[in-house]
Design a protein around this ligand. Structure first.
Ligand SMILES: [Fe+2]
Length: 308
């Protein structure tokens, strides 16, 4: 079936009216956006011969599943698309050399404990059950100059794939820290090696993905917000190399430049500094920030976020 009804005068007038185009009041850009979205929805209903029952079922599903809209944004590629747009804008502006961005996901929590140079991120509750990870690196500008006082916010899941705050069995801000880089632009953290996780079983995201033949798994990863004065805010992640879902992420966040080598070591200077004895894992992740061209660029997007 091809779209015919939507093109009729009757439906076109309806679209004009429902999007407020026949009213003086209201925002012109918003009217145009509403008209486009609703018109595309009407065309989809007509084109795929979607039944009344299916329309109401879909609205009810969206209403009931709305608590997971953050995961829908990841799983349906919306976050990835926003990154593709931002990357395209950078390419058009000739911006190269910075650490690549990748999606934020819905699990950031503001207010994590702050320190300078070093932090231990885990509360010790998984010690001995999971690999200890020493994660470190240097923050530089695109010319290679170290940035002192850069704000490195790190958050990741525990060995069950769960995040503190959202998982109320974990201590407050477990596996979440804010580290300001030292005089050499360096940060060091002792934490636990995260594992990958899946969308909640039986939740709306998993239901959608299952019905279109997809899975809702993410490879193990660590989230970063990195910011500094006069530098562009960076939202990124690193993936843990070797994860079976490394190149099969349901959120499409994996980027080859964001898979640093994983070293398995015993002892060493960093282990000593972090009071780690025995075998552990070390990952170095250096970050390069672009100069900000406006004050707004120094901050993360205005996405609503949880605060602990
Ligand atoms: Fe995550």
């Amino acid at each position: 079936m091809t779209v015919k009804l939507v093109k009729t005068q009757e439906v076109q007038i309806l679209l004009d009216k429902l999007s407020g185009l026949d009213q003086q009041a209201g925002d012109a850009r918003l009217k145009a956006i509403v008209r486009r979205i609703v018109g595309d929805l009407f065309a989809t209903i007509e084109d795929f011969n979607i039944s009344d029952d299916e329309v109401w079922q879909a609205l009810n599903f969206a209403a009931r599943g709305s608590a997971e809209f953050g995961l829908w944004a990841a799983g349906l590629g919306l976050e990835r698309f926003l990154d593709i747009r931002a990357d395209a804008a950078d390419a058009a502006a000739g911006l190269t050399g910075g650490t690549p961005r990748t999606i934020e996901g819905p699990l950031y929590v503001a207010g994590a404990p702050e320190s300078v140079g070093y932090a231990r991120m885990d509360d010790g509750s998984e010690e001995g059950k999971v690999d200890t990870l020493i994660l470190h690196g240097q923050v530089r500008d695109v010319n290679g100059a170290p940035i002192e006082g850069a704000k490195v916010e790190i958050w990741h899941a525990n060995s069950l794939g769960n995040y503190s705050y959202f998982d109320t069995t974990q201590s407050e801000f477990n596996l979440r820290r804010t580290i300001f880089t030292d005089a050499d632009g360096r940060y060091v953290t002792r934490t636990t090696l995260p594992v990958g996780y899946a969308c909640p079983e039986g939740g709306s995201t998993e239901t959608i993905l299952k019905n279109i033949g997809r899975h809702g798994n993410r490879p193990a990863h660590v989230h970063y917000f990195v910011s500094a004065e006069n530098k562009r805010h960076l939202t990124t992640q690193i993936n843990i190399d070797g994860d079976p879902y490394l190149h099969d992420d349901f959120a499409y966040a994996t980027r080859d430049e964001l898979v640093p080598p994983v070293k398995r070591l015993t002892g060493g200077a960093l282990a000593e500094r972090c009071s780690v004895s025995g075998e552990h894992v070390e990952i170095q992740f250096d970050i390069m920030l672009h100069a900000a061209s406006s004050k707004q660029e120094e901050h993360a997007s205005a996405r609503p976020r949880a605060a602990g």
